[in-house]
Design a protein. Structure first.
Length: 120
């Protein structure tokens, strides 16, 4: 992928539970663009899977200002087929743990691809 495809991408997007989102916003990643679009999507137990899919697709396909999409791993599990199919370098999709759900490397789509490259 050329560096031109990465140019202009300066934001980190977040699809996460309320605690993770609060922490990242306090750390300074929150942004609302001129169209009123946020670079974060808060997920709770009542959030429909279709809304999570829509947020993922918006951040990875529609927004040209997103460089990295962080997603809680337990939320990524809800849309696992879509996350596993995603292969582009920009924006990079990284799975992160949450307070109540520890990170499981065996589920991480990026780590699976790396292991496949090394024949593991």
């Amino acid at each position: 992928m050329s560096s031109q495809q990465a140019s202009g991408r300066s934001l980190i997007a977040l699809i996460a539970d309320e605690d993770s989102t609060t922490g990242f916003i306090l750390a300074g990643i929150g942004d609302v663009n001129k169209d009123g679009e946020r670079n974060f999507f808060v997920v709770d137990n009542r959030t429909p899977t279709s809304d999570i899919e829509d947020a993922f697709n918006k951040f990875t396909k529609d927004r040209n200002d997103i460089a990295i999409v962080l997603i809680n791993q337990h939320i990524a599990d809800k849309i696992r087929p879509i996350v596993d199919k995603y292969m582009l370098a920009f924006p990079a999709v990284l799975e992160i743990p949450s307070k109540d759900h520890p990170y499981d490397p065996s589920k991480d789509a990026v780590l699976k691809r790396v292991q496949k490259l090394f024949g593991e």
